[in-house]
Design a protein around this ligand. Structure first.
Ligand code: CTP
Ligand code: MG
Length: 287
């Protein structure tokens, strides 16, 4: 971690770790964030990555309904044992919503509430707008370098009247992209958003065209934002029933800027059962 990249602006940096999904595509009967990986629940690894980063000052975890107690008991106990004082950065757990976007909003609102309580170590001292890194617990191998890069851009000097800027990691699309026409469009649509059963039933389609991938990039998490604008855009989107697929999409919707930093192909996401074996392998390599 380079010196100038950490804690530059001396402001608070919150991590909101989203773990409230049900993990339907993984299909192992418990929320994905609580699936064991490397001897710990999946969620443990993201919490560890953020808590270990010296610029991250506070963490909030968003959990599925009914899981916060177990989270506090098991994960945080293991965490305190192994991480010492870094574990104290975890300020609380809040129950998520039906969709990822609702969970993200509830996490950001929890940040607002915790800040209002004034119980956050790094707050207050600088007057610098806090930043929030929103992360999917489904990506346990978030590289520390990526957190550095995001913070460097988030804390870069900007004109006082500049629009709010969010920062996201992106990786180039590796596969050739095809637009496909399917006999059952409804089924295909469900498959397209990740419904594996629909995908298996979708039948034989025909290629309508190849989509150029020249300017297409895949967005990853963590995604970083100034706290105030992120809270505002979340609340506006909730009021207007606007649904994006990530936080950056909300900024774009509002006409605000999103900058990119290099993502990492090692920042793997657990979606399907076979991803767990890949992740376990990648973890063993990393140690
Ligand atoms: N997530 C969340 N709240 C939701 C849905 C998702 O906090 N209502 C979180 C998940 O816990 C995950 C991340 O958002 O860390 C990315 O979502 P995804 O990979 O889709 O996870 P799940 O929704 O759990 O999986 P599935 O879609 O297969 O049910
Ligand atoms: Mg999901």
């Amino acid at each position: 971690m380079s010196d100038e990249a950490s804690g530059q602006a001396g402001g608070a940096c919150w991590a909101v770790v989203l773990a409230a999904g049900s993990g339907e595509r993984l299909g192992i009967g418990r929320p994905k964030a609580f699936v064991p990986l490397g001897g710990q629940p999946l969620l443990y690894w993201s919490l560890r990555a953020f808590a270990r980063h010296e610029a991250v000052t506070d963490l909030v975890v968003v959990t599925p309904p009914g899981w916060d107690e177990m989270l506090l008991k098991e994960i945080l106990a293991a965490f305190s044992e192994q991480m010492g004082p870094d574990a104290e950065k975890i300020r609380g757990a809040v129950t998520g919503g039906a969709k990822r976007q609702a969970s993200s909003r509830l996490g950001v609102e929890a940040v607002r509430d915790l800040r209002a309580e004034g119980s956050c170590a790094a707050e207050n001292q600088t007057g610098v707008e806090p930043v929030v890194l929103v992360h999917d617990a489904a990506r346990p191998l978030v590289p520390l370098r990526m957190i550095d890069d995001l913070l460097e851009r988030l804390w870069a000097p900007r004109a006082v009247d500049a629009k709010p800027v969010g920062v996201i990691p992106v990786v180039p699309v590796a596969d050739t992209l095809k637009e496909v026409a399917w006999p059952d469009e409804q089924l295909a649509q469900r498959a397209g958003v990740g419904d594996r059963r629909a995908w298996e039933q979708v039948g034989h389609g025909s290629v309508a065209r190849t989509v150029s991938r020249d300017r297409l990039w895949q967005a990853q998490t963590p995604q970083g934002f100034p706290f105030g604008p992120l809270l505002t855009v979340h609340q506006e989107a909730a009021a207007q029933n606007y649904l994006a697929t990530d936080e950056a999409g909300l900024f774009e919707w509002n006409g605000w800027a999103i900058e990119t930093v290099p993502g990492s192909t090692a920042n793997l996401k657990v979606t399907y059962p076979e991803d767990l074996a890949l992740l376990a392998h990648a973890m063993a390599e990393r140690v």
